[in-house]
Write a protein that binds this ligand. Structure first.
Ligand code: TYM
Length: 346
């Protein structure tokens, strides 16, 4: 019997930040290690999705490799054959299926995507690629018959549209696709693995995001410990002057308490968010609190960057190339099924 498939990806543009790392990458790698005996785990780098935000094209190839290096430094076992690691653009079926599915998706449906609406408001030039991005994401998922797709809240609408597209195609053409589980079931399945949503240090009302232009509220994984310290020391707080975990009234302090918990855990101290909250609630000197967060962050970055420097590119390339052979086989089977169903092949 074939094992059920878990699939997820993290885009490779600009630099990865601690929001991606603690909110997505680390929980994904931990999940992959724990589940690979019973599931096939597809971790892929959605490199064709990179162009939906402005990027430096001369850096792209290296950012893609860097994603794979970061996964490895975060603990991805490259020798586990149940975990596949591949680049989207090395599997042409992703693009091919997108072109096909585009014809079965309505303009109005795509226009309603909140991420499209948000991004098109802040961009002068709105590309067709940005508009069509959720269909490419649906192809990424449907080609591999994925049942479970761990993503953050910002991606759940795209997961819903993937389910809609799969159901629509199955209804019209017979059983073509595995329909991924509904979002509520995904949450049940992944539980805590979904990760915390780290907020921007300067504007804790919004998530820490690589689309932020100034970079002041974002700690990148390649920031020097000194640069990260500076960002934490100048993080926005509030005028209440007393540490308390309250996401509504004290979003900046609450964000720092969450970040502190995550970096302490990464530094090998088994503390829960509740314990961290208990330890610092009532402290009246924000500077002292921030210094503790900055110390832990510096320790984390120094040791993470040392691990990253040890990662061997040849081993990663071998893993990518062997996974891409397997990924092409699976994806081409699905693509052929679709091509036959819609009349392109006999
Ligand atoms: P992307 O690359 O923007 O983000 C990758 C994952 O990281 C989560 N995330 C965060 N989680 C917590 N705190 C944050 N500050 C934070 N920032 C980002 C996102 O929710 C996401 O889960 N479209 C996807 C990539 C993709 C994909 C797919 C994912 C393309 N095809 C197929 C799954 C399946 C994206 O842009 O994620």
């Amino acid at each position: 019997m074939t094992k059920p498939v878990i699939l997820t990806g993290v885009r490779a543009n600009n630099d990865l930040h601690v929001g991606n790392y603690f909110g997505a990458i680390l929980p994904i790698i931990d999940m992959a290690r724990r589940r690979s005996a019973e599931y096939t785990v597809n971790l892929f780098i959605p490199d064709l999705h990179s162009f939906t935000t402005p990027i430096d094209h001369s850096q792209l190839f290296d950012s893609i490799m860097n994603n794979a290096r970061v996964y490895t430094a975060a603990g991805l076992p490259l020798d586990d054959d149940a975990i596949q690691l591949y680049r989207q653009s090395y599997v042409p079926a992703h693009s091919e299926l997108t072109i096909i599915l585009n014809n079965f998706v309505g303009f109005g449906e795509m226009e309603r995507m909140t991420q499209f609406k948000d991004r098109s408001r802040s961009n002068d030039r709105v590309s067709v690629g940005l508009f069509d991005y959720p269909v490419l994401m649906a192809s990424d998922i449907l080609l591999y018959n994925a049942r479970y797709v761990p993503v953050g809240d910002d991606q759940t609408q795209h997961l819903e549209i993937t389910r809609d597209i799969a159901e629509r195609m199955n209804h019209k053409f017979g059983e073509l696709f595995t329909v991924p589980e509904p979002v509520a079931k995904q949450h049940q399945f992944f539980g805590k693995d979904q990760g915390l949503r780290i907020k921007d240090l300067q504007n804790p009302a919004k998530k820490m995001s690589k689309s932020d232009e100034t970079g002041k509220g974002v700690i990148f994984l390649n920031d020097t410990p000194a640069a990260a310290r500076k960002k934490i020391m100048s993080a926005a707080t509030d005028s209440l002057g007393r540490v308390h975990y309250d996401k509504e009234a004290q979003p900046g302090i609450s964000n720092l308490l969450e970040i502190l918990t995550l970096v302490r855990q990464a530094n090998g101290r088994a503390v829960s968010l509740q314990q961290t909250i208990g330890e610092f609630t009532g402290l009246e000197r924000y500077g002292e609190f921030k210094k503790i967060v900055a110390d832990e962050m510096s320790e984390f970055l120094a040791s993470f960057q040392a691990r990253l420097a040890q990662v061997d590119d040849d081993t990663i390339l071998r893993k990518l190339e062997s996974s891409e052979i397997t990924a092409n086989q699976t994806a081409n089977q699905t693509l052929l099924r679709v091509q036959k169903a819609i009349g392109l092949r006999r």
